[in-house]
Design a protein around this ligand. Structure first.
Ligand code: HEC
Ligand code: HEC
Length: 133
């Protein structure tokens, strides 16, 4: 009986331990997020990016703390289009040279490959899925 009890406790502890990360993990917010740091905000949908790991974009996230925006203070908070530093918002979303993580555009370019329609939709400027008008 004692043996069963302690086995049960071990199991319960294990279940709790395994469930913890799931309880702590933030949920992605609803679709239609407006990336409002620029003149013409881009609408971002988490539902169309489910195949990517959260940390592919939220690359400083530790899996527990509050998820930061790209534009959070101290992150990509320089909105001067000409800025080329790591703090540049424009570069964070457009650069094809980022090493640590994919920018929106670099992943879209890889996704589209040579497909002309996808290229227009995912890597174009005006009239693309990103910059609708
Ligand atoms: C393809 C990139 C990408 C992926 C993958 C991604 N996100 Fe996001 N997430 C964003 C963008 C872009 C925003 C909008 C932030 C902004 O406006 O700068 C955002 C915003 C958020 C916010 C709101 C932050 C705030 O302060 O408003 C949360 C929470 C969040 N994401 C959680 C998640 C979780 C959890 C996952 C994984 C299940 C995930 N995201 C996957 C790009 C992504
Ligand atoms: C890790 C790869 C990856 C990254 C990073 C990424 N995307 Fe995407 N994005 C995709 C894929 C894959 C699709 C869907 C392509 C398809 O199936 O049509 C997509 C589609 C889209 C679409 C069209 C669908 C819709 O929801 O309207 C928009 C807009 C978009 N992405 C915006 C963004 C923005 C803004 C960022 C950066 C904050 C970003 N994406 C970062 C992979 C990525």
């Amino acid at each position: 009986m004692k043996k069963f009890l302690s086995l049960g406790l071990v199991c319960a502890a294990l279940v709790c331990f395994c469930a913890l990360p799931a309880l702590n993990a933030a949920d992605a917010p609803a679709d239609g997020l407006s990336m409002a740091s620029t003149k013409k905000p881009v609408t971002f949908n988490h539902s169309t990016h489910k195949s990517a790991d959260c940390k592919a974009c939220h690359h400083t996230w530790d899996g527990a703390a509050a998820v930061q925006k790209c534009s959070s203070a101290g992150c990509h908070d320089n909105f001067d289009k000409k800025d080329k530093s790591v703090n540049s918002y424009y570069q964070a979303v457009h650069s094809k040279k980022v090493k640590a993580t994919d920018s929106c555009l670099s992943c879209h370019a890889k996704t589209a490959g040579k497909d002309k329609d996808m290229k227009k939709q995912l890597t174009g400027c005006k009239g693309s899925a990103c910059h609708v008008d």
